[in-house]
Design a protein around this ligand. Sequence first.
Ligand code: G3I
Length: 350
Amino acid sequence: MKFKNKSIIKLVFLLLIISMLYFIVNKNSNKSLRVLAEKQDILIGTSIASLPFLKDKEYRSVISREFNVVTIENDLKFARVHPQKETYNFLIPDLMVEYGIENNISIRGHTLVWHNQIPDWITQVQYSKDELKSILKSHIQTVVKRYKGKIYAWDVVNEAIDNDGNLRRNIWMNVIGPEYIELAFRWAHEADPNAQLYYNDYGNESINSKSDATYKLMKKLKANGVPIDGVGFQFHTSINTKHNYTEIKNNFSRFNKLGLKTEITELDVKVQNSPLSMERKLEEQAKVYSNLLEVCLKAEKCNTFITWGVTDKYTWIPMYTGNEDYPLLFTDDYKKKPSYDVIYNKLQND
Ligand code: G3I
């Protein structure tokens, strides 16, 4: 009898330990942005870059823990995915899409038509209008069809408007003419009728000549029955920028009234060129992240909030500005920054 009692006590003790462990593990696994975002039907994400994706295990595990959407940062750009006329290079995007499916992460395709990253086999040859149209159509449809049903949204046209509000004089505009924009959306829609299709740009976040021009263009596309679902606002910004959040809200609202979604697609917040201490810089940065998330959560049609990278270690900013910077949610060694915490708290309390 004594022996039996001892065994029962041991068993109860063991069960207690197991349930405590279960509680701890479960508690930690629930602590992530995506868990909170999913409760609110929101997509919270990052861009995903090939180098860390292939080489850094922690990068992949942080992404799958924290985010439920990723944008392929470089590997679907024209020159990367279609470097020669007869050659497509789908190796990396295939792996990323597979990783997304395995981890239940939605994938955004970026980008089908852009003035950058166009391969030499296009820029070095004088194609006629019809030839370039056929090249672009075939490019768009080959890429979109490959990921039909797997990439849920595409940045179809990227940065087609100049800061002064005119259409950018890029190769597509110069050879095909302004209709290249409308055609690109129609061709992408033909290739995957269920994919969401976006116009994506920077500098259009507030009300200004660029966003006015974007609004006019979107209105025209909608009136012409062009299949377009929304506008991506990149938000490559800085703690030094004086953000007028009411204006951003009003800007989103006018696009929403056209029936278009407004998404935050490439957010990062630079801290360079500021006299503040690092601690203060990171506090200011957190305020920007928090205020922009607030704008998105309150907008009529904004359910996607994507940062342009996971960790400061791999941000594109130093390559571009020549200065070191810390624009993202995680430090070089994947510690959560104040910007992470404010996003977490906002998602939890909203
Ligand atoms: O992978 C090569 C590497 O092999 C080579 O040694 C190295 C030398 O320069 O270059 C590496 O590629 C670079 C790539 O980033 C990966 O780091 C390219 O040169 C560089 O041009 C490329 O820059 C990208 C840039 O777009 C141009 O495509 C950035 O990573 C990417 O963050 C940036 O993203 C754009 C969005 O697509 C559109 N909105 C603006 C945003 C920021 O510019």
